[in-house]
Design a protein around this ligand. Sequence first.
Ligand code: ZN
Length: 198
Amino acid sequence: MPVYKNIKEFLEFINISNEKFTLYEWKPESSFRRFDLDLNIIKENPISNIFFHRDKGNMKLVYIRKHNLIYTVGASPAVQYQLLEALLEHIDLKFNETFNVETILSYGDFSPGLFDNEFNEILENIIRNFADLGLVKRIQVECKVCGTVLPLFVKKSFIENAESYPVPIVYSHKGHAVLCFVDRDFHHRGVELVNITG
Ligand SMILES: [Zn+2]
């Protein structure tokens, strides 16, 4: 089964924090791993409204600071970054739809687990039905290096909110990268091999 249809099985954790503490965290039932160190490093980044990626080898991290909260997801390297970004965007939407976070926190009597009861079910639904939420599109691109056609996932929001078309996206895989141009109908308009540094 493709990864995006079964994304739950590939997730290590989902965390929603503010500067001081974790408001909500999801982990697979059998997991006792803690991610405090990663979350502390992430909190040091003050930049808002931009997705950041970290490749830890055995785990990918994607995070964003938004609405005075920091959303983080950790997943298997098999999951493309765009899928994880789409997931966090949807979680942000649902979390703020469900709770008036600022008001709740202004009561000053926050206790760990306050959001768990209500949000657990919502989150389980999101990760179980992720492929049916219509958040991502799959585009087939040819990689001349691999000599195969690869599935490239893009967030719909990324294409729909673009300022001009076609939109460039770099697909980094297996130690090299291709640059793809995607038009507003989610068709790709060319693929080039690009050099990478960093
Ligand atoms: Zn390739």
